[in-house]
Design a protein around this ligand. Structure first.
Ligand code: NI
Length: 253
């Protein structure tokens, strides 16, 4: 199969409480697979539960930088345990968020480092969330040169891409926003072999549905926009981003 993929979903969130079954049915009918991403211990467990129930759902487990308050050894032990599940394909999302700054920057950097070292230990790729913190993200990553994975909702510029040679770039609904000049340039100048599709649903809904809740099927609009920018066929964008998602997450075809 080489259909649409969504490398970053939060189907466990309450925004899907009313119609989760229908959303999952639409994924099953129209897509190849999605990866549900954990933001804390609870949602990481939920991710694994969804992956156990649905063959087309895989899981990532992690602690979002805005959810690290109370971070402790027990959380790490729990994540490590969850990583042993055969459908857990990555550690994420983890990273730095200096926009919300829920915890001070130095605390965020310390936890990020801990989780990167856990990823090395369990030999999993990472899904990185970075907001208003690109320089520090690159600095922390430079201590972990073996790390590979996805820069989720890539907020950086073309200039930083050479420093992220072990990473794929998650492209989502932001690409369809009028003020996405930076991201358009990234898509234009980066090989399609380095891009993966994502929604971050329920957030970041692409045009033409902006303002409504996002869902995995809307990766179609992102893929169409990538095709337009790169002057490729939509089918090739879907096929190659599917391959990329399988390679980074180690999901067999
Ligand atoms: Ni997310």
């Amino acid at each position: 199969m080489s259909g649409l993929t969504d490398t970053h979903v939060h189907l466990d969130m309450r925004e899907f409480r009313q119609d989760r079954a229908e959303v999952l049915e639409r994924i099953k009918e129209n897509m190849d697979f999605v990866v549900n991403i954990g933001c804390d211990v609870k949602s990481s467990r939920e991710s694994v539960r969804l992956a156990e129930k649905y063959p087309f759902v895989y899981a990532a487990v992690g602690i979002h930088p805005s959810d690290i308050t109370g971070f402790c050894y027990e959380w790490e032990v729990e994540l490590e345990k969850l990583c042993k599940h055969p459908k857990v394909v990555a550690l994420g999302e983890i990273g730095l968020d200096y926009h919300w700054m829920t915890e001070p920057a130095e605390v965020q950097r310390e936890v990020f480092g801990e989780l990167l070292s856990l990823a090395g230990k369990v030999k999993k790729p990472v899904v990185i969330h970075t907001r208003d913190a690109m320089d520090d993200t690159l600095r922390v990553l430079s201590d972990f040169p073996e790390t590979r994975g996805i820069m989720h909702c890539y907020p950086g510029s073309v200039a930083e891409i050479p420093r992220l040679k072990n990473f794929y770039f998650g492209i989502g609904g932001v690409l369809t926003f009028p003020n996405s000049k930076n991201l358009r340039e990234v898509v234009q100048k980066t090989a399609i072999e380095r891009l993966v599709l994502e929604t971050d649903c329920p957030f970041l809904t692409p045009a033409p549905f902006r303002g409504k809740r996002n869902e995995p099927l809307y990766t179609e609009y992102v893929a169409r926009e990538i095709a337009r920018i790169k002057e490729m066929s939509y089918e090739d964008v879907v096929r190659i981003t599917n391959e990329n998602a399988r390679v980074v997450y180690g999901i067999k075809g």
